[in-house]
Design a protein around this ligand. Structure first.
Ligand code: WQD
Length: 323
C-alpha cells in the first residue's frame, strides 16, 4: 500500500519518509516546497508539488498513486508568528488539514496520521504530561494543532478511518548532516547561531522554579520521531478502529542550562559563558512527556540521547554554514 506524506520534504517529514521507505512502505510526497527541499528525499521517492489547500491536486495524487494511508505533516509551526498571523495559521493548519481529510475520506483512505504538538498542553502544571493532562494551548499555533486533533478524531469516527495524532515534544537532531533542521527557531540552532558568530549563547530566564532555574524540556531525536510514525502506520493497518492520541517524548527532562553546556562541549565553544536574558513570554517552566502510553500502544521508546541529538545537529549546522 502507498502512503502520501504531506510536508514530506521538510525537516521532520523527510525523516518520516526515509523511515517509511526503509520499513518497506511505498510513499508519495506532497509538498509545496515553501520550506521543504526535494534534495532531502531518498532516490526514487515521487514528489508532487502542491499545497494542502488545493483540493484538485490532492484528489489527483490520491487517485494516481492509489493512496491508502495519509501522514499529514505539512503545517506552519512557529509559535511567535502564529500570534502575529492567526488567520493565516488557521487557514494553513486547520483549513489545510480539513481539505486533506475531506479528500482522503472521499478517496476511501482508511488510515490517517496527524502531526500534533506538545503545544496543545500550554503550560502544564504536572511533572510528566500524560495524554489526559488538560489541553490549554497558549498560542494560535497550539490551538490549530488541538483543533486539528478534533477534526481528525471526528472524521475517523464518521468515515471509518483509523487515526493517530502524535504530539511531538522538542524535536532535534538529524539522521545525516543533509537532513538537519534548516531553521533557527529552536534552542539548539539558536545557540549554534550565536556561538559561531562569537556571541555568548542566550538563556531566557534563570529564575524558574526548577533545580537550576532554567526551563526543562523533553528533547526527542527526529529519528525516534520517525520510528514512532512507522510504528503508528503499522498499528493503523492492523487496527482499523484505532483512534490514538499519543505523546512522542522520551520521558526525560533536560534543562536549558544543561543543554547549552552540552552544545558548547560538542561544538568546542566552551569559551563563551552563557548570557542570562529575560524570560521569553509564554515559556512554561517544565514540559516533559510521559511516554507510557506510546510504549504501551506502539511498543516504542526513544533510542537516542541528547548528546546524539546535539552531535548530529552540529554536523548538519556545519554542513550548511561552512564559513
Ligand atoms: C526551548 C527552551 C527557551 C533559545 C517550541 C514550540 C513547540 C514546538 C517546539 C512545534 C525554552 C529556551 C531558546 C535560546 C533559550 N514547536 N531558549 N535560549 O519553546 O520549548 O517549543 O518548539 O511544534 O510547540 O513552543 O522550544 O527550542 O524554542 O525553546 O534559553 O536561544 O530553550 O526559552 O525554555 P519550545 P525552543
Amino acid at each position: 500500500m502507498t502512503w502520501m506524506i504531506t510536508g514530506g520534504a521538510g525537516y521532520i517529514g523527510s525523516h518520516v519518509v526515509k523511515a517509511l521507505v526503509e520499513g518497506g512502505h511505498r510513499v508519495v510526497v506532497f509538498d509545496d516546497l515553501s520550506t521543504g527541499d526535494p534534495g532531502r528525499l531518498p532516490d526514487g521517492v515521487p514528489l508532487e508539488r502542491g499545497t494542502v489547500l488545493d483540493r484538485d491536486a490532492l484528489d489527483r495524487v490520491l487517485r494516481e498513486y492509489a493512496v491508502e494511508g495519509v501522514v499529514h505533516i505539512a503545517a506552519k509551526k512557529q509559535v511567535g508568528e502564529s500570534v502575529e498571523r492567526p488567520l493565516w495559521y488557521y487557514r494553513e493548519n486547520v483549513e489545510g488539514l480539513r481539505t486533506v481529510l475531506e479528500a482522503a475520506a472521499d478517496a476511501g483512505v482508511r488510515r490517517f496520521l496527524f502531526s500534533s504538538s506538545a503545544a496543545v498542553y500550554g503550560m502544564p502544571d504536572v511533572d510528566l504530561v500524560t495524554e489526559q493532562t488538560p489541553c490549554e494551548p497558549m498560542s494560535p499555533y497550539g490551538e490549530t494543532k488541538l483543533a486539528g486533533e478534533w477534526l481528525v478524531g471526528a472524521t475517523g469516527r464518521a468515515h471509518g478511518m483509523a487515526t493517530a495524532c502524535l504530539r511531538y515534544f522538542n524535536v532535534a537532531g538529524a539522521a545525516s548532516p543533509e537532513l538537519g533542521d534548516p531553521g533557527v527557531f529552536n534552542l539548539i540552532p539558536m545557540v549554534f547561531d550565536r556561538i559561531t558568530q562569537g556571541k555568548a549563547p542566550l538563556v531566557f530566564g534563570t529564575d524558574y522554579a526548577t533545580p537550576d532555574g532554567t526551563c526543562i524540556r523533553d528533547y526527542i531525536h527526529v529519528e525516534d520521531v520517525a520510528a514512532a510514525h512507522v510504528a503508528a502506520a503499522r498499528r493503523l493497518t492492523d487496527d482499523p478502529a484505532a483512534g490514538l492520541v499519543l505523546n512522542i517524548g522520551s520521558g526525560e527532562g533536560v534543562s536549558v542550562a544543561e543543554m547549552v553546556a552540552l552544545i558548547a562541549e560538542v561544538s568546542g565553544h566552551t569559551d563563551l559563558e552563557p548570557e542570562v536574558a529575560p524570560r521569553r513570554p509564554g515559556d512554561p517552566a517544565r514540559v516533559v512527556a510521559s511516554a507510557e502510553a506510546i510504549t504501551k500502544e506502539l511498543d516504542w521508546t526513544a533510542q537516542h540521547d541528547v548528546r546524539s541529538m546535539v552531535t548530529s545537529a552540529w554536523a548538519g549546522w556545519q554542513l550548511r554554514h561552512p564559513e
